[in-house]
Design a protein. Sequence first.
Length: 552
Amino acid sequence: MNKNSKVLALKYRPSNFDELIGQNLIAETIINSIKVNKTPNAYLFTGIRGVGKTTIARIVAKSLNCLRGVDKLCSDKLCDNCEAISNSSHIDVLEMDAASKTGVDDVRDLIEFSRYGPTSSKYKIFIVDEVHMLSKQAFNALLKTLEEPPQYENGGSLKFIFATTEIKKIPITVVSRCQRFDLSRIKSSELFKFLKDIKEKEGGKVSDEALKLIVKISEGSVRDALSLLDRGLLTLDNNKELDLKTAQEIFGYFDKSSLINFFELILKGEEKKVIEIYRKIYDQGVEPKVFINDFLELIYYFKNINSLTLESTNFSLNDDEFSRIKELSNQVDDQVLILFWQFTIKTLEELDIVSNQNLSIEMFLMRLLYLISSKPKKNIENDNPNVKSEEKNNLSEFKKEAVNQIKNVTQEKKIKVEPQSNIKAEENTSINSFDKLLEVCATNKEMKLKYELEKNVNLVSFEKNRIEISFNDNLDKNFVKDLSLKLFEWTKERWIITLSKAKGKISIKEKILNDKKDLIKKAMDSQLYKNVVEKFPDANLLDIESKKKHKE
């Protein structure tokens, strides 16, 4: 291995456009603009971390100030300007980190410094990294200089080069004054080839499968990929190869084929084996969030495998894994996979609020096993002689309710409800109006539902077996589910509850309050009240009761 003390991310940082990977179109555009002398006042480079924003900024600075010109841009033997820019020591090229210098005073210092022309080069250049961190006042101070930068006696001018990962945080007034370049993620095949070349130069022994894992983890970031490769090479002795299994242990990832086996056991309902395998995965040092994200990725492949190719999986799957998922995907319904996705996303949110994340994952797996046991699978054995038929019916009903909760109401279809043995033969309740619904809630002592209907619900429309409502922020999050279950229990029919954007009628509580306000206003306009106020100026009417209510 090369004994150079620099980390790989710095050692193999591109110094010219020829060494740059993945951004060919941007490089060609910039070179052409310099050749025809139509360079913008300000460049703005945006993209995810590690795709070359700051690197390209320095290359642009070199291209503008190289003593040999852009056509013969220095590569091996650097001119004085290119060498100084590479070392961040050029007097006319100032690099500034906006994360540490965010204020308007820092920008004013820049503007003051820009008044003086360059000393040893044609252009004076300000490179501002993470420019989105500047304050609003600092951005405003830049506007005039960005639009009309100073021109110098040598024919050159001032150039700004901005780099950011958060383009949306930059005011549009600044963006509109820059020539914007959106740097894309580096393609997997291109990054793989790049890493393989570096591995050869470093004399490191790394298998192609391990390199592919690094490419997958880095998510298109060259810096991340080089840092992972550096870590992998430093972990092993010179004579030992970094293979896939070792790489998975180092980076905290586990074999995708093992996860496919794990997924198949879930589909078969093998609770004991599923929990045992997960505990082994956890003991290997795999973080719960890493496990959940890999699980989400696998659900995606199961759902969409028929529309994917092996190349489009970003080296996540090999030939055998791709074929296996394709075969297994035909044995599970899309509805189940969509529910799996919903539960997994929910668990990912829970991990931030649960102190023991490991327990949360185990309970998540229990939920999936419980869910899958209620759905007959194609070609996967699920008949368990120990499960009673009544329990299976209850599980099936649970599954239906879960599906109904995630369906879009506009796509809801009427579901025929089969007679069940656990429903008593009693006369069905007829509910044909909103008032009748309130009455039934009171009769059955469902006071929480009645309270929500009266205070937090605005009725839009009420039809047979369908209620359309809008609501305020105080509505209980389980209201729709609870009301649906109770309506089914009372009427023995399935009801659809639609959440509408329409405002609807005012709530019953609001109506009562408005009616009372009207009564008070009417009373205050009466001659009797005026006579009372005339004799008692401090008097105030707080409440009023109708005669009808008083007689009752």
